[in-house]
Design a protein around this ligand. Structure first.
Ligand code: 5GP
Length: 192
């Protein structure tokens, strides 16, 4: 997605440890016009898939998924919670995710009542790095017995192994920008 790539080049900052900071437009301050374009592009890519729910993970995925859902006929967005909460009741689907940016392990959880076997789920997240977040969400989709439409990722770091691993396992992964290289302050995108 050209506009996204341009924005990454303009406002993205490369940090230590292969981390790209995009907090001025994606995951702290959010550029709603750009998020709308992102939502439309996910819809175009998954057009024809009978998606009934979008699944994401807190916190950064929520805004992106909520805007995208409007282009999928306002289907519900379910987000996996990382923090234990007294408000989470009933049967829970849980999995574990190692955070790429924090290095911590979190138990993620979704109330079973929000994902049903008749649902077709689209997973959406801001970044794909080593694939841990998506694997945790896939585990939850599997436990719920849902069908999977695929994964919509805003920025995939193609030099890390998550994308290749998931595609090899037959998961449809659509990333709007794939970074091939991120070195010495320079970002190169994978050519389609
Ligand atoms: P993975 O689980 O694929 O290793 O990493 C994806 C998750 O880690 C995403 O949910 C995202 O929040 C975070 N993440 C991974 N790499 C980056 C990065 O370069 N920049 C930012 N801001 N977040 C990242």
């Amino acid at each position: 997605m050209k506009r996204l790539e341009e924005r990454i080049l303009q406002d993205g900052n490369i940090k230590e440890g292969n981390v790209l900071k995009v907090d001025s437009f994606l995951n702290h301050q959010m550029d709603i016009r750009l998020l709308n374009e992102i939502g439309k592009e996910f819809r175009r890519l998954f057009d024809g898939c009978p998606v009934t729910k979008i699944l994401t993970i807190e916190a950064s995925g929520i805004g992106i998924a909520a805007i995208a859902a409007q282009y999928f006929d306002f289907i519900p967005v379910v987000f996996a919670k990382k923090a234990k909460s007294k408000n989470l009741d009933g049967e829970l689907l849980t999995s574990q995710v190692v955070s790429f940016t924090k290095g911590t392990v979190s138990d993620i959880q979704v109330a079973k009542k929000f994902l049903k076997p008749e649902d077709t789920v689209l997973i959406i997240d801001d970044f794909l790095a080593r694939g841990q977040a998506v694997l945790g969400l896939l585990d939850i989709v599997k436990q719920a017995g849902c069908k999977l439409a695929g994964c919509g990722i805003v920025i995939e770091k193609g030099f890390q192994d998550g994308g290749a691993f998931l595609r090899k396992r037959g998961v449809r992964v659509e990333s709007l920008a794939i970074i091939e290289k991120m070195e010495n302050g320079t970002i190169c995108f994978r050519k389609n």
